[in-house]
Design a protein around this ligand. Sequence first.
Ligand code: GAL
Length: 853
Amino acid sequence: MGSKLVMWNVLGTNAFLFLLLFSWFSSVTASVTYDDKAIIINGQRRILISGSIHYPRSTPEMWPDLIQKAKDGGLDVIQTYVFWNGHEPSQGNYYFQDRYDLVGFIKLVKAAGLYVHLRIGPYVCAEWNFGGFPVWLKYIPGMSFRTDNEPFKAEMKKFTNKIVDMMKAERLFESQGGPIIMSQIENEYGPVEYEVGDTAKAYTKWAAEMAVGLGTGVPWVMCKQDDAPDPIINTCNDFYCDWFSPNKAYKPKMWTENWTGWFTEFGGAVPYRPAEDVAFSVARFIQKGGSFVNYYMYHGGTNFGRTAGGPFIATSYDYDAPIDEYGLLRQPKWGHLRDLHKAIKLCELALVSVNPTVTSLGNNQEAHVFKSKSGACAAFLANYDSNSFATVSFGNMNYNLPPWSISILPDCKNTVFNTARVGAQSAQMKMTQVTDLGFSWQSYNEEITSDSDSSFTVAGLQEQINTTRDSTDYLWYMTDVKIDPNEGFLNNGQYPVLTVMSAGHALHVFINSELSGTAYGSLENPKLTFSESVKLRAGINKISLLSLSVGLPNVGIHFETWNAGVLGPVTLNGLNEGTRDLSWQNWSYKIGLKGEDLRLHTVTGSSSVEWVQGSQVAQKQPLTWYKAIFNAPAGNEPLALDMNSMGKGQIWINGQSIGRHWPAYKASGTCGGCSYAGYYKETKCQSNCGEASQRWYHVPRSWLNPTGNLLVVFEEWGGDPTGISLGSRTVASVCADIFEGQPTHTSFQMQASGKVQGPLRPKAHLWCAPGQKISSIKFASFGTPQGVCGSFQEGSCHAHKSYNAFEKHSEAAACIPLHQKNGNTQSRCPKETILTIFTSEKHVSSNVGNPST
Ligand code: GAL
């Protein structure tokens, strides 16, 4: 540090250049560097498997278990964004507590022995409100986001600096003995640069120099940014990245976002991505020399509070990730990828030593062979055909490759893993209603009034975000309309049509305090038009428009220009005079709800008003607050609220926001069967069509007290609160497949020498969740069974003796305790059980069901 300062005086204007070189040099000599093959940690090239877990999308109580499950799944690295608007809620006021305890999260990753990839951004996208930008940034004079703009750069630099300084102070960079091996500046800026041109290029250069100048001692990446300046590594984000090459021959081939599924939007179907295809994409990347793969997301979690971006991003950010929203393993995805990672790690030495030799094995088949001078040899045999099996000959042997699959041979001879052969068990999950818990509801009506401190009157229509500064989803627009007693419609009953044009995102229209109608947009088109006849009467009528934002957009350019709310025109059509334009008359505004001002979601706030109970409780009534007190259910299973009987609104427990609910927005899309084979995109495999995009809302256990928990729901549309229930999430059935002649890595043994020994007899393991036991074997078929876990059927070929394997090994049908962890009640699997079925037969599919606690 001292020498840097001295040199600054000596070098004058060249000092910056020197600092850059110095930083580059120090990163080369520090413990994390890179070359064309891989990231090098303490002198060793590494194949690194990484997974995204965003700390504010779960609770600190969940973190240790999530991190441990990531480690057990074969991950080396946890990747996270840093969420600026969570950390700097108002300018200069920082927050690093609770779900935003970034240092605490990183220290837990370190304690688990994993590395961290810290994507500081500070623009993050991530389906996060405003892409992570604090909304106050927008009101700094002259602000223009993500471009060569002084006010923006000053704030971006300040925050990036703040985070880097914090990490340094805690000695969290690898160069200081910490777990952070890499950082990221900006996020997918390449496409923006392409659109914006020269000013964007200048910003890229500035961002790169600013980041490198911070001297973290570990490499920086810029994702989706082909022109990332040296020494920054440009990386790939996509469903497949085998096609990708970094912009310099001396940079490693890295994949920062392999999307394990996709996000859910309110109104959209729920996307999923088959495990076989995720595994195939990874194997395909590694066989082409890739050395870093990050799963985005490994645990998606929940958009608590008003953190969801969009607009219209759902509260659940489950993402079909290997660990589900609730922190439970998603099987077979988690297990299949764990098996893949083991297979890849068996090849690591060969992979980091040489470039592969690629040979064609057929029209659509290839071998990628890594043969190092030291004798290590690993081969990947690929079948890109999405319809047909292929038998290929490689070495002196024949190999059978399922469609759209890659076999991994860590010794260039034995297949230990094929991406389309799932050896891991699958699990079917269920939500069980917590029975002894009936909510006793009370209700309180939100008033429609302009009579409040936060109200004001101006001529014309105001933009919503500039008015609320995103302090709330809600903005009232209220005006009076005078109807002459001579209006024709008063006699003929042909009511006039009110047309309201809004920039989004949703709108409830009240005429004289009665809900007249609702309109809303979608992620694709947040704009909306309400156009319906409205019941007006002679004299003064009150038109009250409740305009809602449903998360601010998180992607695009010129964030400072984005609009929401009723921008007009607002017209009444069908009067004697024809059309009356209401846009420029006086409008009164109220920011937020009365119940928000009263803080009805909190214990003290909720006791400040009188609630109605019993038969008086509002039903199907718009703008209603509901509350109920309940005790925490026994057990450790994750909990969720079933909101299917409700419309749209927000939920709180003990003052903590569970998020927005919107089960009335039904999922549109194409659902139905989906093959793992062939190129995936986010609309290929979907579920929930015609049902709520999101029915269940995660209630973290740690937010509950043993007794007397306050549940508050604000309902905008009108719903039936008696339909709300609490469910606990558990495994319903577990299943496993075994394929003849297709051993999995579990049927191989690694010898101390590193040699692979096998294959042993194929075997399947069936695991129960802690506290559960296997209660019955529901289905077994040696043949060609059809269906999926939970709904198997015999296929055209089925051996009648299929159940014999289980009967012969009757001890197999009992759950055997697997491991006990030092009496630690926090341990992951205190009563984990395992059922192992050995078979030498052809294709056994077993579905072991009804685990009971
Ligand atoms: C990427 C972006 C991520 C996330 C993802 C979609 O383009 O970098 O932050 O938004 O798309 O889930």
